[in-house]
Design a binder for this molecule. Structure first.
Ligand code: GLU
Length: 420
């Protein structure tokens, strides 16, 4: 299995990052191995009837990386490229993210290899319900708490809640987070990841002496993360000059009107053809001059091919794993880019998920203002911890963030000891 995982490019990348941080921490070999490999790798087949009447069997995965610090936490992804190796890498990153933020969770991630863009609502519902049913023996509010990720949303979480609660015989809202607010979801959860991305960017601007109202940003990906990051950044006064998604990329040096773009995307399902901007090649967009570049889509988009050409001051990783280790080396060598690593930059989502879980367990609802204020306090603290750790130890922000997260997990593994 170790070899199978290592054959996957994304897992190999997560593993390389882990090794760098573990080397720095000089982790004891036994603790190191226990931290690195996932506890449970669950694969299920998910048969559903398509609208055509045909039966189709999909493959679904859930990786529970470790349960040493609490239930595993992490999203569920519906995407054609989902593989067990990718899900395992994403689960590993969730560990370090939760530990860095001080959340009482291990990392988890799930996915179904499917193309939600070609499925009807009914088919997506059936897929979600059947996957949840297959997962019933493995999930629970104290074991594994899922949340939205790429291709899934609050409605997906509502279906999971319904299946789990029907089996339990009573409503169990704490089984997932990112639910619709009327089904005991948290205020602020929907915008939390993008809001956090924008907030950490302003923290980085502050360190570099960049004025928000004179700054520019380019955003790759206009899903939940990219769109809310764009919204919040423009509210702070940052000009968004470029935005891309699967349909193409758009460019306007005077600034893109994000509210108008959201309307255009709602109508046409993509940024392409937006009248308030010109078209630009998506790869070219990434290497235009800007203050903040925000990859907020898939993994490995900043790589050896474009890292040397980047012209941003801040690289803010809205996505999980957007920068390859090869690109990391180039960026570290250059020394002129302030990296906000994924486990910090996009941690707003899982942090508000934690708030949602806590509210559900306490049967209490906080206001949006309370949620966002608490979120900013926690992000600010983690941002400062990473910044000072990196400065003090003369290391990259990536290694600093991972080392801080891994250290928390390693301490718990060491104190709990090896059973039997
Ligand atoms: N999918 C999100 C992430 O990658 C959120 C996970 C969660 O809220 O549990 O961080």
């Amino acid at each position: 299995m170790k070899n199978d995982l290592m054959a996957n490019d994304v897992f190999k990348m997560a593993s390389t990052q882990f090794d760098r941080a573990a080397d720095y921490l000089d982790l004891d070999e036994s603790v190191r191995e226990r931290c690195k490999w996932p506890k449970r790798l669950i694969t299920v087949t998910v048969p559903i009837q398509r609208d055509s009447g045909e039966t189709e069997v999909f493959f679904g995965y859930r990786v529970q990386h470790h349960l040493s610090r609490g239930p595993v936490k992490g999203g569920l992804r519906f995407h054609p490229n989902v593989t067990l190796g990718e899900v395992a890498a994403l689960a590993m990153w969730m560990n370090w993210k939760c530990a860095l933020m001080g959340l009482p969770y291990g990392g988890g991630k799930g996915g179904i290899t499917c193309d939600p863009r070609t499925m009807s609502l009914k088919e997506t519902e059936n897929l979600t319900r059947r996957f949840t049913t297959e997962m019933l023996p493995f999930i629970g509010p104290e074991t594994d708490v899922m949340a939205p990720d790429m291709g899934t949303n609050a409605q997906t979480m509502a279906w999971i809640t319904d299946v789990y609660s029907t089996h339990a015989g009573h409503l169990v809202p704490s089984i997932v987070t990112g639910k619709p607010v009327e089904l005991l979801g948290s205020e602020g959860r929907n915008q939390a990841t993008g809001h956090g991305v924008a907030f950490t960017i302003t923290r980085a601007f502050n360190k570099l002496g960049i004025d928000d109202t004179k700054a520019t940003a380019i955003i790759q990906g206009f899903g939940n993360v990219g769109s809310h990051a764009a919204f919040t950044l423009s509210r702070y006064g940052v000009k968004i000059t470029g935005i891309s998604d699967v349909t193409g990329a758009i460019w306007n040096p005077k600034g893109i009107d994000v509210e108008e773009l959201v309307k255009h995307v709602a109508e046409t399902k993509g940024v392409k053809g937006f009248s308030g901007a010109e078209e630009i090649d998506p790869e070219e967009m990434l290497i235009q001059p800007c203050d903040a570049l925000v990859p907020a889509a898939l993994e490995r988009v900043i790589n050896k091919g474009n890292a040397a050409k980047l012209q941003c001051r801040v690289l803010a990783e809205g996505a999980n794993g957007p920068t390859t280790p090869g690109a990391d080396a180039i960026i570290e060598e250059r020394g002129d880019i302030f990296l906000i690593p994924d486990v910090l930059c996009n941690a707003g989502g899982v942090t508000v998920s934690y708030f949602e879980w806590v509210q559900n367990l306490q049967h209490y609802q906080w206001t949006e203002q309370e949620v966002l204020t608490k979120l900013e306090t926690m992000l600010e603290k983690a941002f400062e911890n990473v910044y000072h750790f990196a400065q003090t130890n003369n290391m990259s922000q990536r290694v600093a963030a991972l080392a801080l997260g891994i250290h928390e997990v390693a301490k718990v593994k060491a104190t709990r000891g090896l059973f039997p």
